[in-house]
Each structure stands twice: as structure tokens, then as C-alpha cells.
Ligand binder design. Structure first.
Ligand code: COA
Length: 568
């Protein structure tokens, strides 16, 4: 079928729908909504059999939905309506939720239902849920709806009449007024729900040290205590704030803008800068007991001969400091008597490469970009040159640019079924480093490497496995990925021939090094990156500035239109 995706942005869910529908042989085009007329033109140009809106904030014009079947993905169960469904579900502590695919109609979310799928709501931030549990349910419902539409026989269920059992539940936009936190009264659990319901967007507007800030992210703290509302400590850029019955960690802040231009979200201590009072930096224990409630971006755990370097950074973004700390943790893991080292978090983003927000806020963004890419390269080099044990990248969620190349430095890449990979840099105006010119062609061959980096389109986990980008697709729910990886890693560590395999790997690295040293790959990549960063005529600084402020870049949208127009 010819399917036109219409979305407010080519966001994670739209990318996954795009990649998975293409995997199933459909001709898929993407139109990023920018008004009714451009949409009408896109419909005329593509003549779609079906229009599908995975994430659309605007209303489709009546002449489009009355002439074509238009299906809307609504992140709520059947009967739920409104623009802040998931926010309300978390805010009100719903345990179970769902996603519905319904037909566009005159009343928002009131059209006939084509498919619905349930999902759970574990206690994590909204955007994490959206990229994981909600995304899995959305894809289940989308595939079912597309099959039903293709059959030509299915009659969608109208939201009324004797067959309709779900109660109608319409809720308004969840405004900042309803998200307000009363630090002098509210418990940790209540505050965490409020923070998670607003994470990553729009954040919770709050007063901090006499200024207005949006708080982004929230994690429980089990030990630190203080006066409710008081700042207690810092850790890896996050701040810890006391509540009436404990404390919470807030990793990121965004200043309320006074000039109309959106401020950039930053690690909390960096955002507060000189305003930050003197607070103790309380380091995260490298391997906290599993039941300890605290916030740790990096950890190390060991079971038998498997070591696991955990990491999870907000937005998957890795600043110079993140890279340096992760490298230290990785080096610690290499000191341990293990045969297999797993790198990666238990859920959500693996990595999205260098930290564009921190770079943007730096006094000299070009110099900070340079420091950041070198710190990434140091980390990747250490993984590539690990020859005394096997390294596995556990990719629980999406990864992009240098984050994908970081995963490819390992001997094996295991990827959760729902993850979407973007193995390219060009949308940020960069050539890229992280030794990608060594590791990507080595895995997928030079032709596919060129194709992936030039076309700059998302790849599903299954497609990534087909082309050799990943070795194993892990069929696990988001909450079960960590346990599935642990079990497979234990099996790998016990596998016969492991020692021989490690020896073969060491020989292969030595041969590759003799053929062309890793430092030569790095030097060639960094020569181009230096130009990307320091030549003012290069587009990187403009693209980065637009990205971190969420200003759509017209060139990127045109590129997307062009690319998805190309033949498969
Ligand atoms: N630096 C800083 N922040 C980043 C980031 C990066 N490299 N990559 C992603 N983020 C942030 C996004 O700004 C977003 O922030 P928000 O939660 O406040 O909205 C969050 O992480 C999630 O990303 P988002 O773009 O909403 O997710 P997505 O799944 O829709 O899209 C990507 C994922 C990876 C395609 C997109 O984020 C992207 O292009 N990132 C930049 C990758 C890159 O060029 N890295 C630098 C070169 S190594």
C-alpha cells in the first residue's frame, strides 16, 4: 500500500512507524505538518491509499479526511480523548493504559476505532514511556489497523451505539497550574508523579532560588533529608531537593524565557551556574544495591564472569564529562576478572552522541564540540581495543549518530525489538567520528555504510539485524530487556569456545591495526569534524542551535520530503 505519514515532527514514534511499515513492504512517505495547504499538496503528490498520523498536534482539514481514510494514533485507551492523555494518566497514577488508532472525524479523538492495544505504565518519565511501552502498543495497534484497512472488509467500531462499551473520558490540556508542586505539603510520590507526567516536555514550572525554572525529570532519593523545598546536594549535574517525607533528584532545568525564544534545557547545576549555592557533591555509588532508591547515571554490577557497565543519560546525550565518567567506569570494569562486559542501560535511549545542549551553552561551542567528540572517541577507542574479553552493547532503546557508533565498537550488539537506530550524522551537518569509518563498513560493508550515512533515515531493529548492524534482536518488553540481556550474557560467558573466540578477536584486531591503525581513522574523521566545528561557513552551528531550541529547520524538512520520496 501507499501510506502517507502525517506528523507534527519526525519524532521517535513516527520514525518507528515509518521503519516498520517499510519493513513490511509498504511504500511510505512522510509529511511534516506545516499547514493545510502543504498537506493538501502532499496528498495530491503521493495519492496515498491510506493516511496515518502517528503524532499529530494539528487537526486534519475536513476535505482531506472526508476524501481519504485518515487514521490517528491516540496515546490513550478507547474512549479517552484530549491532547494530554499520557500526562493525565501518569499524573493520576493509572496502572494500565493503552493506545487507540481511530479514524479522523469532525470531533477530535471521537472517530471510529480501527484498533486498540493495552500497555502498562511503570513509574518512569512520560517520554520514556512514550518511546517504549506506549510505542510498543502503538505499533501493535497500527499494524492491526493497517491489516484491517488492507483487507477492505473491516468495519471500524463507532464510538457510540449498542456495541460501544468504553466510557467516554475527555480531558483538557494539562496546564502548568495543575502541575504546580507545593514543596511544603506534597510527598515524594506525589511530586515524582508530577515531574514524570511533565518529563521531558513541558517540564514543571517552579520557583528555585528566586527564579522561574522548568524542572525536567525526577528520581527518588532514599537517604538524604532536609527542610521541605531545600536544596540538599548535587550529583553529576543533578540537584537533590527535600520533600516532606524524603527527597528527589532533578537532573535538568530550563530557564523560563523572558525574550520569547525558548531557553535550552541543561544539566541542573550547569543551568544554575553561579546561582547555585554551595552544596555537597554526593557521588553515586558505582554499584548501589538494587533496592536503594537513588539516582545514578552510571553504575557497575557483576554476576559471575559477566560485568555490566550501566549508563543512562537524559535524552541519551553525552557531554564531555559524561564520556569521561563512563570511560572511568569502563576502565574499572576492565580491571575485574570477567570474560564478558555488557555496556548499556536497562531501558530507553542507548546514546544519541555528543551533548548538543551543553555544547550550545558553552562559552565557545566549537571548542566544546571538539572536546566532546574527543572524549567520545577516547571512550570508543577503549572499547575497540579491549582484546582480553568480549564486549556486548545492550541497546534497550533508540540510538543515533555517535551513539550508534558507540554501540558498534563492541563485539556484539543486542538490540530491543522496538528500538530505532539512526546511524548517520548529516542532519546535524557533521561528518561524524567515533571511528565510524572503521566500524560501520566492517559490519555492513562499504556500500550499505554509504547508503545509511547519506540517506540519513531511521532503521528498525529487525532491518538493522538484516543488514548486520546489530547481531541479535531481543524480543522483550521494555521492563524485561535488562533481565533478558543478563541471561544471554551469562549464557555467552559459559559458551564453549569463548576463550578461543577472544583469542581470535585479539588476532583480528592486531591484523586490522597493522592494515590501518585506529589512530589513522580517528585523525581522518577528526580532520573533517574540525572543519565542521570551526569553519563558520559550515551549517552545524545553525542546525544545532535550531535543534536544541526545537525550531524546525526548513532544510531538514525538505531533506526528509526528498528522501522519503526516493524509491525504496
Ligand atoms: N544532545 C542533546 N540532546 C539530545 C541529543 C543530543 N545529541 N539527542 C537527543 N536529545 C534530546 C532531544 O532534544 C530531546 O529533548 P527533550 O526530551 O527535551 O524533547 C530528547 O533528547 C529526546 O530526543 P527527541 O529528538 O525528542 O527524540 P526522538 O526519538 O524523536 O529523536 C533523534 C531522536 C536521535 C533522531 C534526535 O534526537 C536527534 O537527531 N538527535 C541528535 C543526534 C545527533 O546529531 N547527535 C550529535 C552528533 S554525534
Amino acid at each position: 500500500m501507499r501510506i502517507l505519514l502525517v506528523a507534527s515532527a519526525f519524532n521517535s514514534l513516527t520514525q518507528r512507524v515509518y521503519a516498520e511499515l517499510r519493513d513490511r513492504g509498504h511504500g511510505v512517505r512522510v509529511h511534516v505538518a506545516a499547514g493545510d495547504d502543504p498537506l493538501r499538496e502532499a496528498v495530491l503528490r503521493h495519492c496515498p491509499d491510506l493516511i496515518l498520523a502517528p503524532m499529530l498536534k494539528a487537526v486534519l482539514p475536513e476535505d482531506v479526511w472526508s476524501a481519504h481514510t485518515c487514521l490517528i494514533v491516540h496515546p490513550g485507551p478507547a474512549g479517552d480523548r484530549g491532547p494530554s492523555s499520557l500526562d493525565w494518566a501518569i499524573h493520576e497514577d493509572a496502572a494500565d493504559w493503552g493506545v487507540t488508532v481511530l479514524q479522523a472525524d469532525a470531533v477530535m479523538d471521537a472517530g471510529a476505532v480501527w484498533a486498540t492495544a493495552p500497555c502498562s505504565l511503570p513509574p518512569v518519565g512520560k517520554s520514556d514511556l512514550y518511546r517504549n511501552e506506549v510505542s510498543d502498543a502503538a505499533l501493535e495497534a497500527v499494524h492491526l489497523a493497517v491489516r484491517r484497512f488492507a483487507s477492505g472488509r473491516y468495519v471500524p467500531q463507532p464510538q457510540h451505539g449498542p456495541e460501544w462499551k468504553a466510557p467516554e473520558h475527555t480531558r483538557p490540556y494539562l496546564r502548568q497550574g495543575a502541575r504546580r508542586i507545593d514543596w511544603s505539603q506534597e510527598s515524594c510520590d506525589r511530586i515524582l508523579r508530577t515531574l514524570r507526567a511533565a518529563d521531558s516536555q513541558p517540564g514543571v514550572l517552579d520557583e528555585l532560588l528566586g527564579e522561574q525554572w522548568y524542572l525536567h525529570g525526577g528520581h527518588p532519593e532514599g537517604t538524604l533529608r532536609g527542610e521541605p523545598g531545600q536544596l540538599l546536594a548535587t550529583r553529576d549535574g543533578a540537584i537533590c531537593r527535600a520533600t516532606v517525607d524524603g527527597a528527589v533528584w532533578i537532573p535538568e532545568l530550563r530557564r523560563r524565557s523572558r525574550d520569547g525564544r525558548r531557553a535550552v534545557k541543561l544539566p541542573a547545576t550547569l543551568a544554575l551556574g553561579a546561582d547555585l549555592p554551595s552544596l555537597p557533591e554526593v557521588p553515586a555509588p558505582l554499584g548501589p544495591p538494587a533496592d536503594r532508591r537513588t539516582y545514578a547515571q552510571i553504575g557497575y554490577r557483576e554476576h559471575g564472569s559477566v560485568g555490566h557497565v550501566h549508563f543512562s543519560f537524559p535524552g541519551g546525550a553525552m557531554s564531555t564529562e559524561h564520556c569521561e565518567r563512563l570511560l572511568a567506569a569502563y576502565r574499572h570494569a576492565l580491571q575485574r576478572p570477567t570474560d564478558v562486559v555488557v555496556i548499556g542501560g536497562a531501558r530507553d535511549f542507548f546514546s544519541n552522541g555528543i551533548h548538543l545542549n551543553v555544547i550550545d551553552a558553552a562559552p565557545d561551542p566549537a571548542a566544546e564540540s571538539w572536546a566532546n567528540i574527543n572524549a567520545m572517541d577516547d571512550l570508543v577507542a577503549q572499547i575497540l581495543t579491549t582484546t582480553d574479553r568480549l564486549v556486548v552493547s545492550a541497546v534497550a532503546g533508540n540510538a543515533a549518530a555517535g551513539g550508534v557508533m558507540l554501540a558498534l565498537a563492541a563485539d556484539e550488539v543486542w538490540c530491543r525489538r522496538g528500538a530505532v537506530l539512526n546511524p548517520h550524522y548529516r542532519l546535524m551537518g557533521l561528518y561524524g567520528s567515533e571511528y565510524w569509518t572503521y566500524s560501520l563498513p566492517r559490519r555492513v560493508g562499504p556500500v550499505a555504510a554509504e547508503h545509511l550515512t547519506r540517506r540519513a533515515l531511521p532503521v528498525s531493529a529487525s532491518a538493522a539485524q538484516r543488514i548486520g548492524l546489530v547481531d541479535r534482536v531481543v524480543d522483550a518488553a521494555p521492563g524485561e530487556f535488562g533481565a533478558a540481556v543478563e541471561e544471554s550474557a551469562q549464557r555467552l560467558a559459559r559458551s564453549p569456545g569463548l576463550r578461543e573466540r577472544i583469542a581470535r578477536k585479539k588476532d583480528a584486531r592486531a591484523r586490522d591495526e597493522a592494515d590501518k591503525p585506529l589512530r589513522a581513522y580517528r585523525a581522518e574523521e577528526l580532520a573533517v569534524m574540525h572543519r565542521n566545528f570551526f569553519d563558520p561557513a559550515e551549517p552545524y552551528h545553525r542546525l544545532r542551535s535550531a535543534f536544541v531550541r526545537k525550531e524546525p529547520d526548513p532544510d531538514a524538512l525538505a531533506h526528509l520530503d526528498r528522501l522519503t520520496d526516493e524509491r525504496r
